[in-house]
Design a protein around this ligand. Structure first.
Ligand code: SF4
Length: 269
């Protein structure tokens, strides 16, 4: 079965996907491990923040709101970081740098959120849980989807449910394009949209990519053009596995240097 995450690998480099499925699917670069740690810490940050928003009372000043939101975060980052030090799967210098950056980003996000919450308190009757739901709507986290007919499966980072409408959301730690989203990211959202339609019987018209490095959520509109592109890629992937041979393509040195398979890839060598 094709996994949704491998669609972006195929778009990045068809040989990479072929190697992953036929040789070794456990290879990971430091960048990939850092991406996973950063997603885990972000998820924890969101859970803590959501819980702490409930504790914000009326008539509090912005600095106090910031304190309520942020005070626990540095300790949480340190605890998670210590866990990964012990596991010894990432260079400690990279881990330190990652944690310092995350701490700074969350500090800024919490300051910005404190401003918004103060404004909500001043201008609306919303309190506690209602405010938390404005920032963190009801969602399904790391939700698994699978369809035999499509030969497709995957685990979407998050599905936010607002007024009964389902929005698939993927978090990306890499650098986004100048505007819009990368094609590979759009195809992933389109694949989740189709799986949600098939499995949960909910039509999805739009999904989002959270580019956490720049703190921006960008939309992906699900239309027939994107559907056609997705089915074209799925056909090519199925064809590649039927033939059981490495696909032909043009290599790009800068991509290969970052690739976790460059030591066994015959094209790179
Ligand atoms: S080393 Fe380059 S050509 Fe080989 S799988 Fe990786 S990205 Fe593709």
């Amino acid at each position: 079965m094709i996994s949704v995450s491998s669609i972006s690998e195929y778009v990045y480099c068809p040989a990479k996907m072929y190697l992953k499925y036929t040789q070794d699917n456990s290879a990971q670069t430091q960048e990939m491990i850092a991406g996973k740690i950063s997603q885990e810490i972000r998820r924890g940050y969101e859970e803590i923040t959501k819980r702490n928003i409930w504790n914000i009372k009326e008539n509090v000043e912005i600095d106090d709101i910031f304190g309520i939101l942020f005070d626990e975060i540095p300790q949480f980052i340190e605890n998670t970081s210590n866990k990964y030090y012990k596991m010894d799967i990432i260079d400690p210098t990279n881990l330190d740098e990652l944690c310092v950056n995350l701490n700074e980003n969350f500090k800024l996000e919490s300051q910005f959120m404190a401003l918004k919450i103060k404004s909500i308190l001043n201008n609306t009757k919303k309190r506690g849980m209602e405010i938390a739901e404005m920032f963190y709507p009801q969602s399904l986290l790391e939700f698994s989807l699978k369809n035999e007919e499509l030969n497709l499966s995957g685990k979407v980072d998050k599905i936010e449910i607002i007024n009964g409408i389902y929005y698939p959301i993927e978090t990306k730690t890499g650098i986004p394009p100048g505007s819009g989203v990368w094609l590979a990211d759009a195809l992933q959202i389109a694949a989740y949209a189709i799986l949600i339609d098939y499995e949960l019987n909910k039509e999805v018209l739009v999904g989002f990519i959270d580019y956490i490095k720049i703190g921006e959520r960008r939309p992906v509109v699900i239309n027939s053009i994107l559907h056609n592109k997705l089915f074209g890629v799925l056909d090519s992937i199925n064809g590649m596995f039927e033939k059981q041979e490495m696909p032909e393509f043009k290599i790009f040195r800068n991509k290969c240097e970052k690739c976790e398979y460059n030591e066994i890839c015959e094209y790179y060598g």
